[in-house]
Design a protein around this ligand. Sequence first.
Ligand code: ZN
Length: 307
Amino acid sequence: MRTGAAKNFLFMSFSERRGVQPRCHGGVPSGSVPEGDTIYRAAKTLDLALSGKQVTHFETVLPKLARVDDDSALRGRTVEHVSSRGKHLLISFSGGLVLRTHMRMNGSWHIYRPGERWQKPRVDMRIVVATEDFVAVAFNVGVAEFLASENISRRSAVSRLGPDLLAETFDLEDALRRIAAEPRAAIADVLLNQRVVSGIGNVYKSEVLFVCGVDPFREAGALGREILETLLSTARKLMQMNVRTGSDRGIVTYTGFRRTTGRSDPSQRLWVYGRGGKPCRKCGTPIQRKKQGADARSTYWCPQCQS
Ligand SMILES: [Zn+2]
């Protein structure tokens, strides 16, 4: 199901022949918050484009960021690396400065060649970080702040995140402890809680629970360790499947729409998400949809396969 224009990231597909070619892909249905895999891919791509390069131009309409730039100019610093932590994107500059952005509902980072026409109006621009070769533009980011790199793990919102499902080493025991602290919460809400584990958004929430055959409304405390481990490893597997890099030369190729079924046909790429009323791909029972949790996020599930 795809309706309207994608509001999430504009992905940058790196092709060896043509260099960076911005293309708009709807990885998340319109209006969804980008999930960890989306941010991870964006960070990887920005990292390839910007890392090791000197900032030739910095511009922002956000007063708090502009003040930092006035005090200690961004221009002339080197971009050290771009990374993601859950749904936060972190751009580290030389001199110990980190730009943290969070996309919320409508934010995105685009990357362009100098002089290339932007895909969004200038009025939506919040931040520009340019090097000699690339211009990275943040549009409508929901959160943006500069942090001192030594404070990242202590003071920022990043420090409160649960273990990152896409990190190279995932701390399973820490994740299980955090789940255990929410025994009365529905498992779907627990998976979505970024302070429990970071990276799962609304699409993966439903997909992971379906793949594991778990009722989204069951209390987390009623599930045994084995099934919780399976949920986490499945989430990790499904998300990793969607961030695989396309080449051993470090060139990121965005492989298409998010999928969990392993099928590339766009109409068959997800098990349950966005499929309310349609037959379950395993048993034919109509997929159910219900708003769930404090934020009333849609949950999709098969009452037969997930009972
Ligand atoms: Zn079913």
